[in-house]
Design a protein around this ligand. Structure first.
Ligand SMILES: C[S@@+](CC[C@H](N)C(=O)[O-])C[C@H]1O[C@@H](n2cnc3c(N)ncnc32)[C@H](O)[C@@H]1O
Length: 212
């Protein structure tokens, strides 16, 4: 799967990338009540402009992405000085308050996640095949402290369409994956995208404490 993503980036097959901040992020993030200054983890971040939007809301951003092309393009399309340094087996690029770690999300561990207090997933869970999604939900839960809030933007394909990525993740699966460690609230179910048949949905997640 990793090779497929690297190939997609090399060949520029990145139909998932949006050229403006996602409307569900813009509409729902403010109501989550994440304090300005809270660092936001963005797993499987691509070169999403959502990270610039979050930075514009006074959030330091830590994105994790496999493909070096994605990170280089993000930096080239942004403004300001880019610094590069190795950290914990990842190559990190920083521009302003956005730092992008190049490597596998599943190799990013709690010791590196110390300052993280919120998270944002658009098209990350749904980029992963079924067997890996459970691992993703568990790994995310390990990285964020109790009380952390996040926004998840998931996707459903038309009934019977089993293709992917992006994979179809139905609301019951979102609940099953995250309920063990998060409070899960459906915020919005969007309309099917014309011509594509995908339908995105926005979810608020709050990391539970050990006794909740
Ligand atoms: C569907 S794209 C979504 C990107 C971004 N979230 C967005 O909304 O544009 C999924 C991204 O995850 C990256 N990816 C896939 N598996 C990964 C992994 N295990 N660790 C880090 N990045 C990964 C891919 O290279 C790709 O850029």
């Amino acid at each position: 799967m990793a090779n497929e993503w690297l190939e997609r980036w090399r060949e520029g097959r990145i139909g998932f990338h949006r050229d403006r901040p996602h409307p569900m992020l813009v509409n729902h993030w403010p109501a989550l009540g994440v304090r300005p200054g809270t660092k936001v983890l963005v797993p499987l971040c691509g070169k999403s402009l959502d990270m610039r939007w979050l930075a514009g809301q006074a959030h330091p951003v830590l994105g994790i992405e496999l493909a070096p092309e994605a990170i280089e393009q993000f930096m080239a399309e942004g403004e300001g000085v880019t610094t590069r340094y190795p950290q914990a087996g990842f190559q990190v690029c920083r521009q302003g308050s956005v730092e992008l770690w190049c490597g596998d999300f599943f190799h990013f561990h709690i010791e590196q996640a110390a300052e993280i207090g919120a998270f944002y997933d658009r098209a990350s869970l749904i980029a992963l095949p079924p067997a890996t999604r459970q691992r993703y939900a568990f790994h995310l839960a390990q990285l964020v402290p109790p009380g952390s809030r996040g926004l998840l933007i998931s996707l459903e394909r038309e009934p019977g369409d089993e293709g992917g990525p992006p994979f179809s993740v139905l609301p019951d699966e979102v609940r099953d994956l995250f309920t063990p460690n998060f409070q899960v609230t459906l915020l919005e179910q969007g309309e099917p995208e014309p011509g594509r048949g995908f339908r995105e949905s926005a979810w608020a997640l709050v990391r539970r404490g050990p006794l909740e």
